[in-house]
Design a protein around this ligand. Sequence first.
Ligand SMILES: Cc1cc2ncn([C@H]3O[C@H](COP(=O)(O)O)[C@@H](O)[C@H]3O)c2cc1C
Ligand SMILES: O=C(O)c1cccnc1
Length: 355
Amino acid sequence: MELKQMMESINTLDKKALNKAQIRVNSLAKPLGSLGKLEDIAIQIAGITGDINNVIKKKCTIVMSADNGIVEEGVSSTPQNVTALQTINMLDGLTGISVLSKQAGAEIRVIDVGIKADLEHPRLIQKKIMYGTHNFAKGPAMDREQAMEAISIGIETVKQLVDQGYNLLGTGEMGIGNTSTSSAVLMSLTGCNEDIAVGKGGGLTDEALENKKRVIREAVDYHKPNPNDPIDVLTKVGGLDIAGLVGCYIGAAYYRVPIVIDGFISAAAALLAYKLNPVVKEYMIPSHYSLEPGYKSMMDTIGLVPYLHMNMRLGEGTGCPLMFNIIESALAMMNNMITFESAKIDTDYLVDIRA
Ligand SMILES: Cc1cc2ncn([C@H]3O[C@H](COP(=O)(O)O)[C@@H](O)[C@H]3O)c2cc1C
Ligand SMILES: O=C(O)c1cccnc1
């Protein structure tokens, strides 16, 4: 299906289910609103699936892995081959996302959308579009067809997972240099400046941060991506990992499955997907508040408030398994708590102190 056609067939949340879920939450034996954001999450998921009672059958974080040509400009402290090395470590169960997923009873799918190396691993999903993007300080990162292909890979991945019975998804990435592409996307879409958008990523000296800011500022000024055309932004200053994740958010909204946003890079992709179609936001569940400075602008622009404050700034998708645990707690509340009626508690004296 054409992307445009898919976008047009994305629906808003099921209002009847949202109302029924709110009534059910208010009927549970507790002061009104006292389970706070757990209530919001359970209600949102009811709106997504159309059912007020939901159980997570299988959950998975999709990790898009790709290299970024912009690293030639000295914007990352880490050598580029760390993308390939960490991708293999992830698949071997050894990285942050691997161990946190295992703890949460979740899986990961790792997809090579553009690593600058030929990797062999039985669990690596091979979808390489190119050997890393071009250096966007010198020209467009990729062409429009390549961006669209990466988006399609994200959509297709979601479709396959949904077909396999996964009903909770998360987004993650691996790609040295991808905090630079994410900052450039943020500046292009919102017009904010480099002091707001650019941070130290995986780690930089103060001096190297100034260089990173200059490189990104000059590139955005040079390309002048059209803020009303997210694909133009993606093509000129984005990354293949970000493009793949844009497809994941679109796919999740189309197939009506909740999708968790991780950190800065996942949020850049969420912002692009939101700009393509604001309704996609209704299917997104933010996780933690990344310490990368531009993250706040991204969330503010989409209009989402992250749930967790963990001082995390790793990426890979690490916020997702943490959030999966919270989401399953919200569903346990909805499915298993006693109601006022069953508990024979008189509700006449209930005072609603919610704002
Ligand atoms: C060992 C290591 C493991 C990582 N896992 C995720 N990232 C994170 O850092 C990278 C982006 O930071 P920058 O833009 O500064 O290069 C991405 O791969 C992101 O997932 C890592 C970074 C490193 C160094
Ligand atoms: O918040 C993130 O996702 C992040 C921050 C720094 C480096 N890599 C990822």
